[in-house]
Ligand binder design. Structure first.
Ligand SMILES: N[C@@H](CCC(=O)N[C@@H](CS)C(=O)NCC(=O)O)C(=O)O
Length: 191
């Protein structure tokens, strides 16, 4: 998400626009009852001045893209980009849920077979990406690519021991190239 916002910032046309985006993206949920804005009580939830509360990262990214006119969802490749974005989101969701299982549930409630089933989904997605099944991975910058780069970054952050790059040279090279983008370097998470 941070990388995406950075790209949007760099494409915003005027300082006034950038300031407006910045104030909209500030963390204001701490001052609010998150549930009042999003009945699911999930982050991210974006409180906008004109469109109320928006939630789910895909909805928020679409809103910000429209707001900034970044064209990260090009009309000609829209369905491919949305599908890649959904795949990236699915990778992140499975990877996050594995962490939740271990951190938020009592040891006797945890299911290791369920954790492995989530990782199997991640691996299936990574294998398909490595095999070149998703054309939106190539070509001009789009939101699917940004979402994927963020999800792979999360795998490095929380699931390093799973070594997702092993046996996936194409995807690993793609991620390495993509990570050199200024927007990615500028928005490395602190930890
Ligand atoms: N697919 C959703 C996932 C949202 C989500 O699960 N967010 C997590 C944080 S990464 C959360 O708020 N979890 C709290 C909960 O599930 O109660 C999105 O991308 O917005």
């Amino acid at each position: 998400m941070g990388s995406f916002l950075s790209s949007i910032f760099s494409s915003a046309k005027t300082k006034r626009e950038r300031e407006k985006i910045s104030s909209q993206c500030a963390t204001r949920t701490s001052a609010l009852d998150l549930k009042a804005a999003n009945p699911l009580a999930k982050l991210p939830t974006l409180i906008t001045e004109d469109s109320g509360a928006l939630f789910d990262s895909r909805v928020i990214c679409r809103y910000l893209d429209d707001f900034a006119g970044s064209n990260l969802y090009p009309k000609e490749t829209l369905w491919d980009v949305l599908t890649l974005e959904a795949l990236a989101d699915g990778i992140a969701e499975s990877a996050v849920s594995m962490v939740y299982e271990l951190r938020l549930r009592a040891a006797h409630e945890q299911s290791h077979s369920w954790i492995e089933a989530q990782w199997a989904k991640v691996e299936q997605a990574l294998d398909a990406l490595n095999a070149g099944d998703f054309s939106a991975l190539d070509g001009p910058l789009n939101m699917g690519q940004l979402a994927l780069a963020c999800s792979l970054g999360y795998l490095d952050f929380r699931h390093q021991a799973r070594a997702w790059r092993d046996g996936r040279d194409q995807l690993s090279a793609w991620h390495h190239r993509f990570s050199q983008r200024k927007s990615m370097l500028d928005t490395q998470p602190d930890g």
